[in-house]
Design a binder for this molecule. Structure first.
Ligand SMILES: Nc1ncnc2c1ncn2[C@@H]1O[C@H](COP(=O)(O)OP(=O)(O)OP(=O)(O)O)[C@@H](O)[C@H]1O
Length: 877
């Protein structure tokens, strides 16, 4: 029992709404208990034969204020210790069971208790026996009035008639979500609490994909006070889109929606939990927190993002498709992990951790173009008159590049670490070198007059990252020095290290005179000599492979152990990763080292797998993504090995068969054209010549506008990574909110105010909630209704160690302090993503969408989310 001051007798009469005397019920001490006072029958099933007064009854004085119930034991042993202050904010409800039950005031209290990780609520039912039924009902009505936000004063005559009608909720349960526990948790946790909060409900189990979407399109909404999803985020995606497909979408989308987390990611539930001020938690503690907040009933506005995707390849219509998203758009690493980790679904949320490790071990990158509109730019419709010319608000990305970057947008990326110079053909090296020399001069002049400092910061971070990698290599070398058979590798290691040290030294010397220019110097040095560059790349690939190679057995053992650990307990990511990484990260003596096997004429490395994985997990490995074409290709077999024992949602089975590897790509470069390369035509049927890719053969130095017949270079809309969710075609209402910041998907975006980055990406993530999963605090600054899309993008070149650090830090939301020039976090109001790699996965709210150009715009506060008492703009439902 939690005894707290103040003394109820010290309350001023103006604070007290009610005061009365009660006797104990049940155990006699009325101490904490987790059973209903009417047990074993549960609330409202009281046996009249039950003894109302135990042998040693206690007496209590109860005082109700606006915020608390003060409980003072009068006998036996009155005194300071016999006081309890019960905050109304921790109650979900109260009741007065009907006759023939005794006249009881029953309080349903869910105080938060500290757990090893996060908060766990514990149900406590406290029952007090009143002198009369009228008195018990008066108290029950008073407490419920306060919980429902009814205005009361000390003069109010409390009765049931003051209470608004009980709330009615439609619960939609996906019985297959997460580990398939949704129905069980309904019985054990959700329905009992909802009943205690005096909420009436209808529960519908979904039977198939899109069932919820179809239901929501048809039902009469005024009958419901809220629609609650008992599942993962995917079912809410269906509900939101079902609401937006209704002719009355404007009212429909205002119906409060809530989520009770039973999925494996539970991103929105993680955000709700976080904004309520609770520590990160998973599984039942998270469910209890969210259910508690639902019963409290606070609602606040939530932004929705309108996403326009390319048409599905097999669809009749060639028109882009529009859908509404409440959570995220992901491309590359994040969507790959989401889709590929379906095979570990039995692990619950740990599937993402395992998926992350697997994907980090076989890292891929994707060529593409990302354009976004920063939030401070006030832009009207693209058709409207352009605003007066002013300096673009594209901050550091284009700053410092004026004059350097005339038309080819992809060069702007070099300032942020994309360093596309490294992928330039040798024939272009001289011209580039001269250009850079001139730019260096310009920068020197600018540096004398002050500058942004952004470039400098990036280069330092890059140095740090290189140093860290060298430290890792050094460790590896020193470990290897114990084994004589690997002396050649040791030499390689040292050579690579010395070369790099020299290079950093050179750069720093230059920095002594030119503060802001390190990234250019770095690039300059790198492109100094094509031969040197190549050999260094080979070395680097070798070093990197050594650093991160996991031997087959070690990996499989650790995987096995990790899986066992997962089964026992769905631990937070960091514990899981430690379990996995506690295995020595050394190559097995027998296993072939992870080396460059071959290099084709285009500079594409073919590598052996870092470890002979299950063929399903075999994937690409990047040696040194900036230097040459990043991809080497290993075909990925379809996942034949799904666990058939457990019924699975159709979409999950489909996802699990995704064949999402990028194809073998020769080194690509884009022909340059004066036309702003911001149209997504690369993947549209109306592809423009300026984006036509060309093959970089040794003899082809000039861009060819013609398409190559090679299928791997086809930029027509590619097959999606896996079969897409079959959505019945529903024509959207014509008066949906317009994406006034965006032109149609097949037209170029405005050049003014937009920022475009082109290059090789490891991931692009657009998030509008604070969490990407219940334990991934990926956008700490995000609010439900901030009117912003929070973009994180990671460019190729990032080391695996840094990427892992980034995800670790994301658990605590501290990843913005992970300094790497390859990682960027920006906010925007609209963006366009144009994948230039012909294969990959794109997800919206974790659901697969057609792979191809996609664009999105935020629509602030379009919907309403049940969040409990957190936040300021709360109305009750
Ligand atoms: N009864 C059902 N049978 C098959 N599929 C269903 C059923 N109900 C819902 N679905 C679909 O299952 C997919 C996954 O659902 P959901 O996202 O809610 O769970 P999850 O994937 O376990 O959770 P999370 O997204 O948090 O990982 C959704 O695309 C949804 O449309």
């Amino acid at each position: 029992m939690r005894m707290r001051s103040p003394d109820p007798s010290s309350l001023s009469p103006s604070e007290a709404l009610l005061h009365g005397q009660f006797a104990s019920w049940g155990s006699g001490s009325n101490s904490n208990n987790n059973s209903c006072p009417n047990s074993p029958g549960g609330p409202g099933v009281i046996s009249p034969a039950a003894s109302p007064t135990p042998p040693l009854a206690s007496n209590y004085a109860l005082t109700l204020t606006y915020t608390h119930i003060h409980i003072q034991r009068l006998s036996p042993r009155p005194g300071k210790e016999a006081r309890l202050l019960l905050p109304l904010s921790e109650l979900v409800g109260c009741s007065c069971p009907r006759a023939p039950a005794p006249p009881l005031l029953v309080l349903y209290w869910y105080p938060p208790g500290k757990k090893r990780k996060g908060v766990s609520r514990r149900r406590q039912v406290r029952a007090y026996l009143s002198e009369s039924r009228t008195e018990a009902e008066r108290w029950s009505a008073a407490v419920q009035c306060l919980l429902r936000g009814v205005t009361v004063t000390p003069d109010t005559e409390f009765s049931r008639s003051l209470l608004p009608r009980p709330r009615r909720l439609l619960l939609l349960v996906n019985p297959f979500s997460g580990r398939g526990q949704a129905m069980q948790w309904c019985q054990t946790h959700i329905l009992p609490m909802i009943r205690e909060a005096n909420i009436s409900y209808n529960l519908i189990q979904t039977e198939r994909q899109n069932h919820a979407r179809e239901l929501i399109r048809e039902i009469s909404l005024p009958e419901w006070d809220g629609i609650i999803i008992v599942s993962g985020d995917g079912l809410l995606h269906e509900v939101i889109n079902g609401l937006m497909e209704r002719p009355d979408w404007e009212q429909a989308i205002k119906i409060p929606v809530g989520i009770l987390p039973c999925g494996s990611g539970n991103a929105l539930a993680g955000s709700v939990n976080h904004h309520a001020g609770y520590d990160m938690c998973l599984r039942e503690p998270l469910l209890l927190n969210c259910c508690f907040l639902l019963c409290r009933g606070g609602v606040r506005p939530m932004d929705l993002v309108s996403v326009t995707t390319s048409p599905a390849p097999n669809s009749h219509s060639a028109a882009p498709r529009r859908l509404f998203s409440f959570l995220s758009v992901a491309w590359g690493f994040v969507s790959d992990v989401d889709i590929e980790s379906e095979r570990y679904r039995g692990l619950g949320s740990a599937r993402f951790t395992l998926g992350t490790l697997v994907r980090i071990a076989s890292l891929r990158s994707y060529k593409g173009r990302l354009s976004y509109l920063p939030p401070s730019v006030i832009t009207t419709s693209p058709d409207a008159t352009p605003p007066p010319p002013r300096r673009p608000l594209s901050r550091s990305i284009t700053e410092g590049l004026e004059g350097f970057c005339k038309d080819p947008i992809h060069r702007t990326s070099s300032d942020m670490g994309i360093s596309e110079q490294r992928s330039l053909r040798r024939g272009e090296g001289e011209r580039e070198k001269e250009e850079r020399q001139r730019e260096r001069e310009r920068r020197r002049q600018r540096a004398r007059g002050g500058g942004t400092g952004v470039v400098r910061a990036s280069s330092l971070a890059e140095d740090r990252e290189r140093e860290l990698e060298m430290e890792a290599e050094e460790e590896l070398c020193s470990e290897k020095s114990g084994t004589s058979s690997e002396s050649n590798e040791r030499e390689d290691c040292n050579m690579g290290k010395n070369e790099r040290l020299d290079r950093i030294k050179d750069e720093r010397e230059d920095e002594g005179t030119v503060e802001q220019d390190s990234s250019e110097l770095d690039d300059d040095d790198r492109s100094k000599d094509g031969d040197e560059d190549d050999s260094e790349a080979v070395l680097s690939a070798k070093e990197m492979s050594q650093s991160f190679d996991l031997g087959r057995e070690a990996y499989e053992d650790s995987l096995q152990e990790t899986r066992q650990a997962f089964r026992k307990n769905s631990a937070p990511s960091s514990q899981i990763v430690s379990a996995l990484l506690s295995q020595p990260l050394r190559p097995e003596p027998d296993s072939a080292p992870y080396t460059v096997e071959d290099m084709d004429l285009n500079g594409t490395y073919y590598q052996r797998d870092p470890y002979p994985l299950d063929p399903r997990e075999r994937a690409l490995t990047i040696s040194s993504p900036f230097r040459h074409s990043p991809f080497s290709y290993k075909p990925k077999a379809l996942d034949q090995n799904q666990n058939a024992s457990r019924p699975r949602p159709l979409s999950l089975l489909q996802h699990s068969q995704s064949n999402s590897l990028p194809p073998k790509l020769s080194s690509l470069s884009l022909s340059l054209s004066p036309t702003p390369p911001s149209s997504p035509s690369c993947a549209s049927p109306h592809a423009s010549a300026y984006l036509a890719p060309r093959v970089n053969t040794p003899n082809s130095t000039s861009p060819s506008p013609l398409r190559t017949p090679s299928s791997s270079f086809s930029f027509d809309i590619a097959e999606p990574a896996g079969p897409l969710k079959s959505r019945p075609f529903v024509s959207l209402p014509s008066n949906l909110p317009k994406d006034d910041l965006l032109p149609p998907l097949d037209q170029p975006i405005p050049t003014r105010d937009w920022v475009t980055i082109e290059g090789d990406f490891v991931l692009v993530l657009a998030l509008y909630q604070s969490h990407l999963g219940a334990d991934l605090h990926a956008a700490p600054q995000a609010q439900f209704d901030d009117g912003l899309i929070h973009l994180t993008f990671v460019r190729a070149g990032i080391s695996r160690a840094t990427l892992l650090r980034l995800f670790f830090a994301m658990e605590r939301g501290t990843h913005h302090s992970v300094s790497s020039p390859y990682v960027s976090h920006v906010s925007c109001r609209a963006f366009r993503l144009q994948p230039l790699s012909s294969r990959g996965t794109l997800t919206v709210d974790g659901e697969l969408v057609p792979y191809g150009p996609l664009q999105a715009q935020v629509h602030p506060s379009l919907s309403r989310l049940i969040v409990g008492d957190s936040g300021v703009k709360i109305t009750r439902f």
